[in-house]
Design a protein around this ligand. Structure first.
Ligand code: CO
Length: 497
């Protein structure tokens, strides 16, 4: 190996080691950390973040990247890695220490203000903090630079290469096609799901979740599952990828969908190659592609009739009383109720995208300076009325519901919808390429699907951009048609349209 490239690899692996140590401390903080540990833990995390930042922006890194930038002897994969790292390096360098400090200070204040405001339904006390933070995000967009729209610079942090103009087209399709389709569904009689809310014992739910993860191909030798209040996936290498779930004894949905969703995220991370550790070629592409993996398993597989033909008998073994006299068809209908609701995180897989659409429109307007923070609640409520047909009773259940803006995460929400839309397009292709995919799933054999995803998506790391991967895999760029086709076939059947 070229000696510069080998220095570069060692530097990146060192940074990855520091960051993964921080991730382990974070995981602990969300799962088992004793309460008194909080203060020192915050300090430890901040120290590690500082070390990682110093390593990422060091003179040594700069020199080796500059030497490699014009090195024509590198392989295509090596060139792409270097290009990625150079971009990261340059982006890091655009931030002044002053700006980073002000941003991080403002985020902690805004976050605290948000917590109180949400508890007390008091948007007014939160507004000045958010306003300051939005100002800083606009400044950040200027620091980072953009071609067409300042929002592009923010999007790029979560979905590299994504453009506001493309999202506008995509969400125009959502507005035109999905809103109308959900109205058709709403005019039909609702399906029954009361039995999902009977008492389902915690330990049995836990055991069922483990069975489902194993069946998907999640490797418990390279990970584990724990409980946390907000389910998440984290990893310290592709050989240690951990998931968490939450269990509500009076709502079977929470465990099932968080388990399968996080399992999908974890399969992606477990499918990255150990040989690429620390390098871009050993990392996920974007949040949208990450979410495509979780949503593909959660919705396209997990909320399908075939999947439950395989697993409903198992569920009945765990819960014979609760599911007595229920058929797999009853269960299929109950898990796919479409109903406009106030809260994004508990929305069904169709109306979910209206929640995202609203946030996208708001973020864009805030960054463009066309919407003032003080007008946010009224704007929010009007959008919920327009797209979901519901009245928002208070800001706690309205504009204050999400954590993202208080963390300074603007440009993040669209990746949720991108994930579902990519998932539909990828899964349609899987159906064409994998022999008898539906029958294999019905038999509980997930291996053909997992192998296909490993081969087509996981093992490539960040070699492709999201758009390149999509073209490589499906022959075309992201196309909303696949999601609509999926939605119409499935919900047309479920609601007799
Ligand atoms: Co997710």
């Amino acid at each position: 190996m070229n000696s510069n490239y080998s220095t570069y690899t060692q530097l990146l692996r060192k940074i990855a080691d520091v960051q993964n140590a921080a991730s382990l401390l974070n995981w602990d903080q969300e799962t088992y950390m004793p309460a008194k540990s909080a203060t020192f833990r915050a300090q430890q995390l901040s120290t590690l973040a500082g070390i990682a930042h110093e390593l990422s922006t060091s003179k040594e890194m700069e020199e080796v990247l500059n030497a490699l930038a014009n090195d024509t002897s590198l392989s295509e994969k090596e060139k792409r890695n270097v290009k990625q790292s150079l971009k990261n390096f340059k982006d890091h360098k655009k931030y002044t220490t002053e700006f980073v400090k002000e941003l991080s200070q403002t985020i902690s204040e805004t976050f605290q203000a948000w917590h109180k405001a949400k508890e007390n339904n008091d948007f007014a006390s939160y507004a000045p903090h958010l306003e300051k933070l939005i100002g800083l995000k606009r400044k950040e967009a200027e620091l980072l630079g953009y071609e067409a729209h300042p929002y592009d610079a923010l999007l790029d942090q979560y979905e590299p290469g994504a453009k506001t103009a493309d999202l506008e087209k995509l969400f125009a399709d959502v507005r035109e096609q999905l809103v109308a389709f959900v109205k058709q569904i709403a005019a039909k009689p609702q399906n029954e799901d009361t039995f999902m809310y009977l008492h389902y014992e915690k330990q049995k739910q836990w055991d069922l979740g483990i069975d489902l993860l194993k069946q998907m191909g999640y490797d418990f030798e390279a990970g584990r599952q724990d409980l946390s209040s907000h389910p998440f996936t984290t990893n310290f290498s592709c050989e240690d990828v951990r998931v968490t779930t939450r269990i509500n004894e009076n709502d079977l949905n929470e465990m099932i969908w968080s388990c399968i969703h996080e399992g999908g995220h974890a399969l992606y991370e477990q499918g990255l190659l150990p040989s690429e550790y620390g390098l871009p070629s050993g990392e996920y592409i974007s949040l949208g592609i990450h979410e495509s993996q979780s949503r593909l398993w959660e919705n396209n597989v997990g909320r399908s009739l075939n999947y439950w033909k395989a697993n409903f008998p198992l569920m009945q073994q765990y819960f014979p009383e609760q599911l007595k006299n229920r058929t797999v068809e009853d269960f299929y209908k109950a898990m796919n109720i479409v109903k406009p609701s106030l809260i994004r995180t508990s929305a069904d897989e169709l109306t979910y995208h209206f929640h995202v659409l609203i946030r996208f429109e708001i973020e864009k307007a805030l960054i463009e300076g066309k919407l003032a923070v003080k007008d946010l609640p009224a704007y929010w409520n009007a959008k919920y009325k327009e797209y979901l047909g519901i009245e928002v009773p208070n800001d706690t259940q309205g504009v204050l519901q999400d954590i993202h803006w208080s963390h300074g995460s603007l440009g993040y929400f669209p990746t949720y919808s991108l994930g579902s839309f990519y998932a539909a397009q990828f899964f349609a292709k899987a159906g064409l390429e994998i022999p008898n995919l539906a029958t294999e799933i019905e038999k509980g054999n997930m291996q053909p699907l997992l192998s296909w995803l490993r081969e087509k998506v996981h093992r490539h790391g960040k070699y492709y951009t999201a758009e390149e991967l999509c073209v490589e895999l499906t022959g075309e760029k992201l196309n909303f048609k696949y999601f609509m086709d999926y939605a119409k076939a499935k919900y047309g059947y479920l609601y007799g349209l």
